[in-house]
Design a protein around this ligand. Structure first.
Ligand code: SF4
Length: 632
């Protein structure tokens, strides 16, 4: 009986409606842990080059890790991964909540979907028993209705349901996957919802009545108690509990780097009206959280006002709030909260949707498209038009059908210089962080394997001065502060180490909001918890190598599917100076960015110019693609 993992990986062929179970040996789990690294292994080895992301050859993987489901804060996440229909490269998104732990208790470390079902289905697993069920009556329904219907059909409200909405069914390229019971838990990025929709897989429903075995329950209990008694001493975790990530909106505005009107400015004049404080004052519906975590950082909203907002669909976190306010010049916080509700109701990534609409607004403002073409006065600041176009996108109606392709493809179709206004990298829309004021984030946007992503590293400001956060990452070998505006070798080193660290956390499916480099658990706790779950005599050294191995495998995957260095290009706008505010005149510098990418490649053991991993690095990490699998 293994400790920490179930030892079972389910492979479901949706074309034939059949399934098999694989039982990898222990060394496979020790090499990959789970989550990102496990998904990278399968996608790299299973997918032929240039697989159609929306075709039957693509695989959709749900994965958890050797620590998921242990009764310790932060061990609740799960990964959804596939080749991305937005970028044509590796795609991945993590979410917290309750689904990950329940999937493991239901009996599986990963579920790999291949093929495409001829008719809508959902997968149900109860205590290891697998069933593909008809989902025809669920197709086209809101996520809340589908969750309720599955609970009723399975006769158990403790069934955890991860699903797509109508946007995923309609193959919107930035459709997401999300789970409840309150829909605050979103695998948002990279278009995983569209891949699931292409397979006609509406939902995965899991229930397990038996927790899986861990090696040292008492050690885990002590660590959970320590976290529970002391986490409020961490200022960032306290902020998450009291206000949530929405608090960052005012902070970024004060710093002059709040993306405003499609990243054309860094200060939004109506910030006070759309701040986290305003949202709490007008729309507060309490807090909620995830399995075994006392932080409860999610803040649902509700309203019976002009916009009816159902708290079942959670509330906007920072990215969503900025995407539907400053990014579009909208000063109505209730309208933004309604947009967030609709995205969770229909299964749209809020970043993809918000930034794509801001792109269309600027196209209209600049006369590249007309109101007649759009069918609405889709200008900056027009909340009604924003909500109307959101529906058109989710259901691929009218002009929404073009925007449902994401900014890159929409710009190609619109032409007339629209591509200059598309804020994307590799086809994925920029998150709501302007890298002109935190340059490590810009490097992350450029080199992220999944296209623009703000979760490559903890952001630059945390390590700009001595103090708590720098102290927390000293065990990783970072001892000196690094300026937020630096993009020299010291920043690249910080970036590389922290990207490997977060790659490890994504392989453990560990919530970033509970652990170093900024939140409460220390670096050393990660090794202690892996050891207590599995019984392995492990170390941070061994675990960091898993994070590094995953990044190198993702680079191999992307090379196989056509990536070249030219794809790591930031939007031109970021090389233009910010026009006002505290960061007036600041911009990214092309030569500096290119030099940082070279240095990053070198530090990763990849060829500096081409970014191709060297033979020596592949051997050091034991990435012997193709077809290599330890222990088999
Ligand atoms: S910190 Fe927040 S997102 Fe993370 S596990 Fe706790 S409640 Fe969930």
């Amino acid at each position: 009986m293994p400790n920490g993992y179930t030892g079972s990986i389910l492979r479901v062929n949706l074309t034939s409606g059949t399934w098999t179970t694989e039982h990898p040996e222990e060394i496979f789990y020790r090499t990959y842990l789970g989550g990102r690294a496990l998904a990278a292994y399968y996608l790299l080895n299973d997918l032929p080059a240039f697989t159609d992301p929306l075709g039957p050859e693509n695989e959709l993987i749900f994965a958890v890790s050797v620590t998921t489901g242990a009764r310790v804060p932060g061990l609740s996440r799960y990964t959804v991964a596939a080749k991305s229909p937005l970028t044509g490269l590796y795609g991945e998104a993590e979410a917290s909540g309750y689904f990950g732990a329940e999937m493991k208790w239901a009996g599986y470390d990963a579920i790999i979907f291949e093929g495409c079902s001829p008719d809508p289905v959902y997968l149900a697993i109860v205590d290891g028993e697998v069933e593909l069920r008809d989902a025809a009556r669920l197709w086209g329904k809101d996520t809340g209705d589908v969750q309720a219907a599955i609970w009723e059909e399975m006769g158990d409200r403790k069934v955890q349901v991860a699903q797509i909405g109508p946007a995923g069914e309609n193959l919107v390229r930035f459709a997401c996957v999300l789970s409840g019971p309150v829909f605050s838990h979103v695998n948002g990025r990279a278009g995983m919802g569209a891949v699931m929709g292409s397979k006609k897989l509406r939902a995965v429903a899991v229930r397990g009545h038996q927790r899986n075995a861990v090696k040292d329950e008492e050690a885990l209990r002590k660590l959970a108690v320590w976290f529970g008694q002391t986490w409020k001493s961490n200022p960032d975790d306290r902020l998450l509990r009291e206000v949530g990530t929405a608090a960052y909106l005012s902070a970024l505005n004060g710093a002059g780097i709040l993306p405003t009107r499609n990243f054309s400015e860094g200060v939004f004049e109506a910030t006070d009206a759309v701040s986290a404080e305003a949202m709490r004052r007008e729309l507060d519906a309490g807090s909620e959280g995830c399995y075994a975590c006392p932080v409860r950082c999610k803040h649902p909203v509700k309203s019976d006002g002009v916009y009816k907002i159902d708290p079942l669909y959670g509330g906007p976190e920072y990215e969503s709030l900025a995407a539907f306010t400053s990014s579009q010049g909208i000063s109505d916080v209730a309208a933004a909260a309604k947009a967030n509700e609709l995205c969770n109701r229909w299964g749209l990534d809020t970043i993809g949707a918000g930034v794509t609409i801001a792109f269309a607004q600027e196209c209209l403002e600049k006369g590249i498209i007309s109101e007649a073409e759009v069918g609405a006065e889709l200008r900056f600041g027009n909340a009604e038009a924003m909500l109307a176009i959101l529906e058109q996108i989710a259901f691929r109606r009218g002009f929404g059908d073009i925007l449902a392709e994401g900014t890159k493809r929409a710009a190609d179709k619109i032409g007339k210089g629209a591509e200059k206004l598309a804020m994307q990298v590799k086809g994925q829309e920029l998150p709501l962080h302007d890298p002109r004021g935190k340059k490590g984030v810009g490097l992350g946007y450029a080199v992220s394997p999944t296209g623009a992503d703000h979760l490559q590293i903890e952001h630059d400001g945390a390590f700009a001065a001595p103090g708590l956060f720098l102290d927390k990452i000293r065990p990783l070998g970072i001892n000196e502060p690094v300026d937020v505006l630096s993009l020299g070798p010291e920043k690249t080193r910080l970036f590389t180490y922290l990207q490997i660290w977060w790659s490890l956390l994504n392989s453990l499916d560990w919530c970033f909001f509970t652990v170093a480099p900024v939140r409460h658990f220390e670096v050393e706790h990660v090794a202690q918890i892996v050891e207590a779950c599995t019984g392995w005599n492990t170390s941070i050294w061994e675990l960091m190598k898993v994070g590094e191995r995953a990044l190198t495998e993702l680079r191999l995957f992307n090379l196989k599917h056509g990536w070249s260095r030219e794809d790591d290009a930031l939007p031109d706008r970021l090389y233009e100076p910010l026009p006002g505010g505290p960061m007036e005149g600041f911009r990214m510098d092309r030569e500096e960015v290119e030099a940082a990418i070279d240095a990053y490649h070198g530090m990763m053991g990849w060829d500096e110019r081409t970014g191709v991993p060297t033979e020596a690095k592949l051997e050091e990490l034991q990435v012997c693609y193709p077809g290599w699998r330890p222990g088999l």
